[in-house]
Design a protein around this ligand. Structure first.
Ligand code: ATP
Length: 641
């Protein structure tokens, strides 16, 4: 019997921010200027000792104080950080919720130490993994669990697999069911109670072994501040699928835990590096800049409503999208150094963390079904990418080494490697275009919502003005109207920039294509050309499939919207669960996952729902104007008929 899913309850939660100050190192010059007060406050003393009492009372001091959810001093262990700020939310992962933990701070401030740790002081990645396995072992129900683990790094805006010895470049995919995924990323799988899977892992210990191997593959460099500075952003993802044996047998709860060790947040110039290192710095900062922009926009969203969040501006922010805004309970660990020479970095990190406190996420249980058309489709594309394209790449490499062993063909060889680079650039160019087009359509959607809110506001303002009701209300509504207009203007400006980027991207595509066609027409090596054209054709086919997937995502989003309206309509009629189920049965439909009556649901979701009472417009507008509408959020999935 075909089925639809009942609306799921969403829980709004703010980002948890914890600060950890590392100990002053023996070799470190300078003075300790950080004080942690009552496990919540962080006081940064003025690094300039020459300031006298008078300067201080004239408020010329650079002393600063911040308050966070948790603050840990130099004596705190990783276990303490874990127990107080994370351990309570890890069990949610086993219950189908998403959790994201990321460490942010300047180079040498202790991010890797906190996330990975040492043998004597294991880090948050290790402690969380143990908890996940322990929780599964202790589970009393007869449910089946599947735990998979992947570990990647983003270096110079390229994604590498840390679980692969020599990983190629990996690409991001957007799946309407799974969210952002990385095609071709190696996943270590453990199934409980039956152990199946390609790569079997019998315990957390085995995964930890692989994790250590992955860490040793991370791109590190010696900077002036840190001898083994991580130049990349590393993301460990632990995914837990739980399949019920008795109730809803084809229902799967899918929780994800993402643990992120970011690269240093310092500016490239300040690490006094040059050449490749400087390029690393610029690219690391491109991702971190994008992250800062997203955090700003998300903070603004709490105050202003529908601000556009530019997740698409970097690989890192695309990967972290769910963790930052969407369906995730998120913890930020801001790491700082106590040294006076690090004052500016420390204050920058704390300012950033202070802003992040404002971010709200909306957590919802991820419920799926065992089999879906969508994931089949995605798997098909991934296998095309991973197997066929990889095989062709291998053949190409073989052919190239064969050619380079013949001196007479050296010129052809050079030409061929050049062609290879160009082919890769074309594929990157297509990816970028898809990304830009999606960003454009998201922007348009945001502005569509802004415009409809504007329309509603205008109607209500004119109604209020007509009957000359309370002037204060009209004043508030007009102020809100200005905020919305401001949002629309900013989004329109961002749209113009995206449009320009799309045009530049198309121009580059044309140039690359022209170069490759010319080179191919000049090259005489028939075998190579055959393989190359096959490779390119496959690459094109893959890109086209991706475009189709992007368009299909859009359709699914609209279907989701349609179904949401349908539920709103049903609930607006005041029907109860029994009546709706009865209607559904008559239509040959089954409703899955109903755990409470729609009325109870309406009450639970009081922030987004309205009954006959008016409700507020924006998250903090304090204005009430919507009348008599009921709305609710829900999830849908695609079922085989
Ligand atoms: N809590 C701590 N206790 C003891 N030593 C620490 C602690 N935190 C960090 N350290 C030490 O400080 C140094 C820098 O730490 P780490 O490499 O973790 O910094 P990072 O923020 O990851 O730097 P980068 O961004 O350059 O990779 C290391 O030698 C580490 O062992």
């Amino acid at each position: 019997m075909p089925s639809i899913r009942a609306p799921g309850a969403k829980k709004s939660t703010t980002l948890t921010v914890a600060v950890k100050c590392r100990p002053l190192r023996h070799k470190e010059r300078g003075r300790d200027i950080v004080q942690v007060i009552e496990s919540k406050e962080v006081l940064i003393l003025d690094p300039d000792l020459s300031k006298d009492y008078l300067d201080r009372i004239r408020n010329r001091t650079k002393e600063k104080k911040y308050c966070f959810d948790h603050a840990f001093g130099p004596d705190s262990t990783n276990l303490e950080v874990y127990t107080k700020s994370i351990s309570s939310i890890i069990p949610e992962v086993v219950q189908g919720l998403n959790v994201t933990v990321f460490a942010y701070g300047s180079t040498g401030s202790g991010k890797t130490y906190t996330m990975v740790g040492t043998k004597d002081d294991p880090g948050l990645m290790v402690l969380s993994l143990h908890t996940v396995f322990d929780l599964i072992k202790m589970d009393k129900r007869a449910d089946e669990f599947e735990v998979t683990c992947s570990y990647l790094e983003v270096y110079n805006e390229i994604i590498y697999d840390l679980l692969e010895k020599s990983s190629g470049h990996l690409e991001l995919r957007e799946d309407p069911e799974e969210g952002i995924t990385v095609a071709g990323l190696r996943c270590i799988k453990k199934q409980m109670p039956t152990i199946l899977g390609l790569l079997q892992v019998h315990s957390a210990g085995k995964i930890l072994e692989l994790l250590n191997m992955g860490n040793s593959r991370r791109k590190t460099e010696s900077t002036e501040v840190n001898a083994t500075s991580s130049r990349s952003h590393a993301v460990l993802e632990i995914s837990v699928k739980r399949k019920g044996r008795n109730k809803y047998p084809n229902q799967v709860l899918h929780g994800k835990l993402a643990l992120v060790d970011l690269a240093g947040s310092e500016r490239a110039t300040e690490t006094n590096n040059a050449g490749q290192k400087l390029r690393d710095g610029a690219n690391i900062n491109r991702s971190l800049l994008a992250l800062a922009n997203c955090i700003n926009a998300l903070g603004k969203q709490q105050k202003k409503g529908l601000a556009y969040v530019p997740y698409r501006n970097s690989k890192l922010t695309r990967i972290l999208k769910d963790g930052l805004s969407g369906n995730s309970q998120t913890v930020m660990i801001a790491t700082i150094s106590p040294a006076d020479i690090q004052y500016h970095h420390t204050v920058n990190t704390l300012k950033y963390a202070d802003r992040a406190k404002e971010i709200k996420t909306h957590v919802q249980r991820n419920v799926g079904v065992v089999d879906t058309h969508v994931s089949d489709y995605q798997r098909m594309i991934d296998s095309l990418q991973v197997t066929e394209v990889c095989q062709l790449k291998k053949k190409l490499a073989e052919k190239e080494s064969e050619l380079s062993s013949k001196p007479a063909e050296k010129a052809a060889d050079d030409e061929l490697s050049w062609l290879n680079i160009i082919s890769h650039e074309i594929s990157e160019n297509v990816q970028e275009r898809i990304n830009l087009q999606k960003a454009m359509s998201e922007l348009e959607e945001t502005n569509l919502n802004n415009r409809s809110e504007l329309q509603r506001l205008d109607d209500i303002i004119s109604r209020h003005q007509a009957v000359e009701l309370d002037g204060a209300i009209v004043k508030d509504l007009i102020a809100r109207r200005l905020v919305i207009l401001d949002n629309i203007r900013e989004n329109d400006e961002a749209g113009i920039n995206y449009q320009k980027e799309i045009e530049a991207n198309e121009k580059q595509r044309g140039q690359l294509q022209g170069m490759i066609d010319e080179a191919v027409s000049r090259n005489g090596n028939k075998t190579y050309l055959r393989i190359l054209s096959q490779y390119r054709l496959l690459g094109m086919a893959n890109s086209e499939l991706q475009l189709e997937v992007a368009m299909r995502d859009q359709v699914i989003r609209h279907q989701r919207e349609g179904l949401k309206n349908l539920w709103n309509l049903l609930m607006g009629q005041g029907l109860d669960e029994k009546q709706i189920s009865h209607l559904a049965v008559k239509q040959g439909l089954r409703i899955e996952g109903w755990t409470m009556t729609p009325l109870a649901l309406v009450e639970k979701q009081s922030s987004s729902l309205t009954s006959s009472r008016p409700t507020s417009v924006g998250p903090s507008s304090g204005i009430e104007y919507l009348e008599g509408t009921k709305t609710c959020d829900f999830t849908i999935s695609i079922f085989k008929g």
